[in-house]
Design a protein around this ligand. Structure first.
Ligand code: FES
Length: 85
């Protein structure tokens, strides 16, 4: 078996990064959460990013921005305050 190491600090291979991608990892941070790759010296983060690419199923930057920007319809109305007087 041919193992190509991506993260030497934690012994993470390309195959493992691809497996995390298949499991839903979209960013190097997602991969780091799964296996710690990229959390020591950080020299592998660009390679991990390249392996992840712009995978299908991952939100684009515009989609993420849209999720973070509340719309008037998404903001719940303030509850009515009963007049205690
Ligand atoms: S090579 Fe991945 S954190 Fe150092």
């Amino acid at each position: 078996m041919n193992r190509v190491y991506v993260c030497h600090c934690f012994g993470i291979t390309e195959a493992q990064v691809h497996a995390h991608k298949e499991s839903g990892a979209c960013t190097p941070r997602d991969v780091a959460s799964a296996c710690k790759a990229g959390t020591d010296c950080g020299s592998c983060v660009r390679r991990i990013q390249a392996l992840l690419g712009r995978g299908a199923g991952c939100a684009s930057r515009a989609e993420l921005q849209a999720r973070l920007t509340p719309t008037a319809a998404a903001v719940p109305a303030a509850p009515a305050v009963a007049d205690a007087a």
